[in-house]
Design a protein around this ligand. Structure first.
Ligand SMILES: C[S@@+](CC[C@H](N)C(=O)[O-])C[C@H]1O[C@@H](n2cnc3c(N)ncnc32)[C@H](O)[C@@H]1O
Length: 221
């Protein structure tokens, strides 16, 4: 956990802010709402590592998911997720816990029908990122669905201009203290291909930040 000290501080601060959430209202980003519908269809249990305030997972409950498990390293993220679950009468179906990558070893092989990895894989140390994919492959059933969202690849010259520090090849620390594993599309394909089939890839535009995210629909091998 020591390696993520600044990550925890950053997200604890972010999740101090009050949030509104109604499980029956669509997620504001259409591509994510569509991705969650796809994930939830035929999945009765879902895990979300790096779940933040749990909104994506809780929205899946509205699409019929019976058991949701969310894990996050930020204590404040988890307490907010628990509060949103209570406010939406989902406490009996949703379980949240504070933890890092090692907490995944507590789950059984094939325990879940599906999973979410949203904007966290490329903010982990690369060894932890690889371990996350290996663990998802183990704890999600073969044929299970996974929705993966990643930042776009950023040109190294642009990152230099943002004051990031390159720790190792393609792996950076931002001024905020957050890590950024700057994966190209080829890197992503190599990373995924052994354990997952890529069913679909969608580019999600965030106009206000002039940025894109990559959304992958994956099938577990
Ligand atoms: C960009 S937010 C994404 C939140 C949520 N998945 C979403 O898409 O709305 C990244 C989340 O990953 C969590 N996180 C970062 N590093 C982590 C780690 N090593 N273990 C568990 N969670 C982590 C952060 O605390 C934060 O809540």
């Amino acid at each position: 956990m020591e390696a993520y000290k600044e990550t925890i501080e950053f997200w604890d601060e972010v999740f101090q802010e009050e949030v509104d959430f109604d499980k029956n209202q669509p997620i504001s980003i259409e591509e994510i709402e569509e991705g969650l519908k796809w994930l939830a269809e035929g999945s009765s249990s879902i895990i979300d590592f790096g779940c933040g305030n749990g909104k994506l997972l809780l929205r899946c409950s509205a699409f019929g998911v019976d058991r949701s498990v969310g894990i996050d390293i930020s204590f404040k993220a988890i307490s907010t997720a628990e509060e949103l679950a209570r406010d939406n009468d989902l406490s009996e179906k949703s379980f949240f816990r504070t933890g890092g990558i090692s907490s995944l070893s507590d789950f059984q092989e094939n325990e879940f029908d599906g999973g979410i990895i949203s904007n966290v894989l490329d903010n982990l140390l690369p060894d932890d990122g690889r371990r996350l994919l290996k663990e998802y492959n183990r704890i999600i059933k073969p044929g299970g669905k996974i929705l993966l969202k990643l930042n776009d690849h950023i040109e190294p010259e642009t990152l230099e201009g943002w004051g990031t520090e390159e720790i190792s090849d393609g792996f950076y620390k931002e001024e905020t203290g957050l890590y950024f594993w700057n994966l190209t599309d080829d890197d992503v394909e190599k990373l995924l291909s052994q354990r997952f089939k890529i069913r679909k890839e969608v580019r999600v535009e965030f106009k206000e930040h002039d940025q894109f995210n990559r959304l992958y629909y994956l099938i577990n091998r």
